[in-house]
Ligand binder design. Structure first.
Ligand code: NAD
Length: 280
């Protein structure tokens, strides 16, 4: 008799899970979801100091846990190949990839005027750099770690898109009083293009690798409460039926579901977790 319970299917015991942008705000939440499922988080980021700090935080809460950190720029294929090689040498497999890293322009609240990010004269360097991290980085990581998953005949990729991957930003919430229209802060076009693009990448990979045992899904989180200016928060939560921003741990259940066998028949899907925002 099969004694496996439904909850057992959420376990990812000893599975190696690469998390890009692992030293950031949501990287920490994803790592904790991986740890709770029994997996090994592998954090990739571009700051050794923040990686070390994040590792200490995790080990402080989970003293016997294996946590790997790698200084790696996801726009550089050779750095990703090096990480993959080291993981395979050490563990023999790479099971999960969470494409989470992005340049996150802080255009909310008290941040300084972000005039240069307006569409009309967005500098090419910003366009290129944002796309390099948010889209090309996800492409390269999927190529490098996906190839390893293909060899194994099993793997899962989860792309972190955004509510702004399915709707346009409502630029009114970033507006500041007393600032001329052509100097108002806006969420840059790169954010929309990248987050919509990740949903395309998700569907492409889901079908491309469907018969190779690799699943690929996306989540669209909405804004996480993180000490933003209360005036900005008020404007934002007015757009959210549940009337509040997300707590950073509110994506973990969905993340663990999507990276584990609990979602074994799910691929190419986009799960929106936004307090209802995109219904309006
Ligand atoms: N926080 C939110 O409210 C929110 C809402 C919706 C979607 N998201 C998405 O979730 C993801 C994580 O967001 P976050 O709030 O944790 O952002 P964050 O800025 O705290 O973390 C992003 C991390 O990516 C890293 N990074 C940047 N360039 C890199 C590169 N070239 N190589 C490797 N790492 C690199 C950064 O150093 C940073 O640690 C992002 O894709 C973001 O767009 C966040």
């Amino acid at each position: 008799m099969n004694t496996e319970t439904i909850l057992d299917r959420f376990l990812i015991k000893d599975r190696v899970c690469v998390i890009t942008g692992g030293a950031g705000l949501l990287g920490d939440s994803h790592a904790r979801a991986v740890i709770d499922g029994g997996g090994i988080p592998v954090l990739l980021d571009i700051s050794t100091e923040r990686l070390e700090e994040e590792k200490s935080r995790l080990l402080n809460d989970y003293p016997d846990q294996k946590v790997e950190i790698y200084l790696a720029n996801i726009t550089k294929r050779d750095e990703l190949e090096e990480v993959c090689k080291k993981l395979v040498e050490k563990y023999g497999h790479v099971d999960i990839l969470i494409n989470n890293a992005a340049n996150n322009p802080k255009v909310e609240g008290n941040s300084k005027n972000m005039g240069p990010l307006r569409f009309d004269n967005l500098p090419m360097e910003i366009w290129n750099d944002d796309i390099a991290v948010g889209l090309t980085g996800a492409f390269l990581c999927s190529q490098v770690f996906g190839k390893q998953m293909e060899k194994q005949g099993k793997g899962v990729i989860l792309n972190i898109s955004s509510d702004l991957g399915v709707i346009a930003p409502d630029q009114r919430i970033y507006k500041k009083e007393g600032v001329p229209d052509d100097e108002q802060s806006v969420k840059p076009v790169t954010y929309s293009v990248i987050k919509h693009g990740l949903i395309g990448l998700t569907k492409y990979l889901a079908t491309y690798w469907a018969e190779k045992g690799i699943r690929c899904n996306a989540i669209c989180p909405a804004g996480v409460e993180n000490g933003q200016d209360p005036k900005f928060v008020e404007k934002l939560v007015n757009l959210v039926p549940m009337g509040r921003m997300a707590h950073k741990d509110e994506y973990q259940g969905t993340v663990l579901y999507l990276i584990s066998d609990a979602s074994a028949y799910m691929t190419g899907s986009t799960v929106i977790i936004d307090g209802g925002r995109t219904c309006w």
